[in-house]
Design a protein around this ligand. Structure first.
Ligand code: BDR
Ligand code: CA
Length: 316
């Protein structure tokens, strides 16, 4: 499985990247960075820190869009820490990004490997939207897009109905959902039920590898943030779900092929993924152009166990 990741490397992105690198099913072709949790260049540096930690300095990292297509920059440092890695202030990676723009990296790899690249997006979709504008044939060149973003039924996490990755660049997300490619959407409906708990952290601590030791410290701030909002001790492993879906390691219990639109109007619904569920309620209602498989239920507990096991087993 040839994966091209696009991340705003924050805490759960870092876990997702480590998980992809720990997965024998995955060939990680490259990783793009984008604004979102932190600035695009900080996200790239955080990605390089993860790659350095697991000895995978062969994977190219491309810095991408520094800001949304139309809107002002809005970061999520409250959730992920000032450095994006839980205020751990890890030493600099000593590594450099490739110099290619992340949108160009998407276009280049899609052209070089037509029909083979799975684009896994765990961040605002600005780079992907720019890539679509640069190469209108992109939807036919990419195998599929698997993204963490949006929500169908679950409340939003940055607005009443908006999920952060979509909210941080709604115009970009609108372009991506409108393009004629196969999308699989892991939104808050499934990721807010894929919660890492203390017993998972204990297993990571007990593994005592350079990676697990680092992840345990990186996760601490994020875990406390989520504990405050959830009311019990846990944190959401949003981005790993997208990687797991791409790899086929997440069991899909309920999903539907539905049209998805993005609200780009200012107001309380800004950034909402409007998932047209009418075909579910009324079988005679056809939904022309439905090309997004929206996840409604997955085997979250089994996936978390598998995720933790993989992370513990990755010894450099
Ligand atoms: C998404 O927003 C970011 O804060 C996380 O990394 C994840 O990709 C969850 O809404
Ligand atoms: Ca993310």
């Amino acid at each position: 499985m040839k994966l091209l990741l696009d991340c705003d490397t924050g805490v759960d992105d870092a876990v997702a990247i480590a998980y992809a690198l720990a997965s024998p099913e995955a060939e990680v072709l490259g990783i793009g960075s984008v604004h979102g949790n932190v600035e695009a260049d900080t996200a790239a540096e955080n990605t390089l820190k993860v790659l350095g930690l697991v000895g995978r300095t062969d994977v190219p990292v491309a810095v991408g869009a520094e800001r949304p297509l139309l809107r002002p920059l809005d970061l999520a440092k409250l959730v992920h820490g000032e450095d994006g890695l839980g205020n751990t202030n890890l030493p600099p990676s000593g590594l450099s990004p490739s110099g290619e723009h992340a949108a160009d990296q998407i276009v280049r790899l899609a052209r070089e490997l037509p029909g083979e690249v799975t684009l896994v997006c765990t961040a605002p979709l600005t780079n992907v939207a720019i890539a679509l504008m640069k190469e209108p044939r992109l939807p036919s060149l990419v195998r599929e897009v698997v993204l963490m973003g949006g929500t169908a039924v679950e409340p939003g996490n940055v607005g009443p109905v908006a999920e952060a990755n979509v909210y941080h660049d709604p115009e970009a997300a609108s372009l991506v959902f409108a393009a004629p490619w196969r999308i699989r959407m892991a939104g808050l409906d499934v990721t807010m039920r894929t919660l890492l708990r203390e017993h998972h952290l204990e297993r990571l601590s007990a593994a005592d590898t350079p990676l697990t030791d680092c992840l345990v410290s990186v996760l601490a701030h994020y875990f406390e943030f989520y504990t405050g909002s959830l009311g019990h001790r846990a944190c959401a492993m949003h981005d790993s779900v997208a990687v797991g879906l791409a790899l086929g390691t997440v069991e899909v219990l309920e999903s539907h092929l539905l049209p998805v639109y993005v609200c780009t109007s200012d107001g309380p619904a800004l950034g909402q993924t409007v998932v047209d569920r009418r075909p579910l309620a009324n079988r005679s209602f056809s939904a022309p152009g439905a090309h997004t498989e929206v996840m409604f239920r997955i085997g979250g507990e089994e996936f978390l166990n598998h995720l933790v096991r993989r992370l513990c087993e990755l010894v450099v």
